[in-house]
Design a protein around this ligand. Structure first.
Ligand code: NZQ
Ligand code: ZN
Length: 393
């Protein structure tokens, strides 16, 4: 097991910490580009509290509102134009993963002369990895992506129908200011999709990683068990601050690099497939994962049953006849799918009104970036186009 772990984002966590935003941002710059989504932060009073804290600390503001779920590259361009025109020297993201992702790429695009789409890997010859960005402060209002404390950002392109990612060290936010109270207003469905996203971030590492990673396995299982227990409570009662707090901490740990360090996953196949579907149908990421993940697991379990048996036993308390008991492995996947259904996630494309017309397109797009020499989608095992189509069927 060989690896390097690096995460320079300062994390400030806890109910009430939003009041520290002014102090945190003023340490990074004097004029902030405040990036927000479609209006939820204004409707729920979060925006007013954030701006009050910023203004009290002497930070002046320019605004980039209207970042859409599944943020578009056109919004990134618009944000970068505003930041340049207003001479912003720090970017503050106040919203869900979409807002944070857009803000991170805006912070890079401001200092990049070319087309911001160059920064998103989509199979181009020269994928640009920016080394300079404006400092970013993330303030998540939804627990799901972990974007607040990682160096990834997922952006969509309406023209090409590609949804893909930027990932490089300079995209780590300087500070993640995480106040679980801000998630109290997240509706039931988005809460459930977030729980699915959290679980899927660790299952990608768990099932696609190398063998013999006992500590990483326990970390991942800890995140999953926490998400199952507290996620259910957060969905049942959105006002339960304890549940919101535990779910949000799980969301951060799930994808800040720590859990998968040394597991060195061969790929993130469930995510790559979901992104390809999202790009065509603009569905919610976590809902798409709830459909793809159990189906992918059934495919992968046949080539690596022992890891799926471990999942079934340790997560759902099932008992296997032996360490390669495929029936037990599949029963664990059924239990996972039943959990997703119980919290209100879809588990079939048809539930979202998606038919099988574009399966070949999704299969092609999914393997655009994370592919092996033969063009197969990276993962354990690698997937041919036909494998992807069968999983989606
Ligand atoms: O846009 P507003 O009005 O803010 O409403 C949002 C949006 O409609 C709403 N919402 C957010 N906070 C709320 C709230 N509603 C009420 N109260 C609040 N406190 O929720 C809706 C969904 O928001 P969005 O930001 O799209 O959700 P999420 O956090 O799940 O982010 C999804 C995006 O992140 C990408 C996904 O692909 C997708 O584009 N991902 C980013 C990752 C990363 N950077 O590491 C990893 C993930 O795997 C994922 O791919
Ligand atoms: Zn995800």
């Amino acid at each position: 097991m060989n690896f390097e772990f690096y995460n320079p984002t300062r994390l400030i966590f806890g109910a009430g910490t939003l009041s520290q935003l002014g102090a945190v941002a003023s340490a990074q710059g004097k004029k902030a580009l405040l990036v927000t989504g479609g209006g939820s932060v204004k409707r729920h009073g979060i925006f007013a509290r954030a701006t009050a804290s910023l203004e009290a600390a002497g930070v002046s503001l320019a605004e980039c509102t209207g970042i859409e779920p599944n943020p578009r590259i056109t919004s990134v361009q618009r944000g970068a134009d505003i930041a340049r025109k207003e001479a912003c020297d720090v970017v503050v993201a106040l919203g869900g993963g979409s807002t944070m992702d857009a803000a991170k790429v805006i912070a890079a695009a401001v200092l990049y002369e070319g087309d911001p789409w160059d920064l998103i890997g989509h199979g181009q010859e020269n994928w640009v990895f920016p080394t300079k960005t404006l400092p970013v402060v993330t303030v998540p209002t939804l627990a799901a992506t972990g974007s607040e404390m990682n160096c990834g950002a997922v952006i969509s392109n309406d023209e090409t129908k590609i949804k893909s990612f930027a990932q490089t060290e300079s995209l780590f936010p300087k500070v993640a200011l995480v106040d679980p109270e801000l998630t109290l207003s997240v509706p039931k469905d988005q809460t459930a999709y977030g729980v699915c996203d959290i679980i899927t971030h660790v299952t990608e590492g768990y099932f696609n990683g190398i063998d013999n990673t006992p500590l990483q396995d326990r970390f991942a299982e800890g995140v999953i068990l926490t998400a199952l227990e507290w996620g259910k409570k957060a969905v049942a009662d959105g006002a339960d601050i304890e549940a919101r707090t535990q779910v949000q901490w799980a969301s951060i740990v799930a994808l800040n690099g720590f859990v998968m360090a040394g597991a060195n996953p061969a790929g993130f196949p469930v995510h790559m497939i979901e992104h390809a579907i999202s790009a065509h149908h603009d569905i919610t990421h976590g809902a798409g994962l709830a459909i793809v993940n159990p189906a992918w697991m059934r495919f992968a379990a046949t080539s690596r049953p022992a890891k799926f048996v471990q999942f079934a036993e340790r997560i759902f308390g099932l008992k296997a006849r032996n360490s390669n008991d495929l029936d037990c492995a599949l029963a664990g996947i059924d239990a996972f799918e039943a959990f997703l259904t119980s919290i209100g996630c879809p588990t079939r494309l048809s539930e979202l009104g998606i038919g099988d017309e574009l399966l070949a397109h999704y299969a092609e797009d999914a393997a655009l970036v994370l592919r092996d020499q033969d063009g197969n989608l990276l993962g354990r095992p690698p997937m041919s186009r036909q494998n992807i189509i069968e999983v989606l069927r």
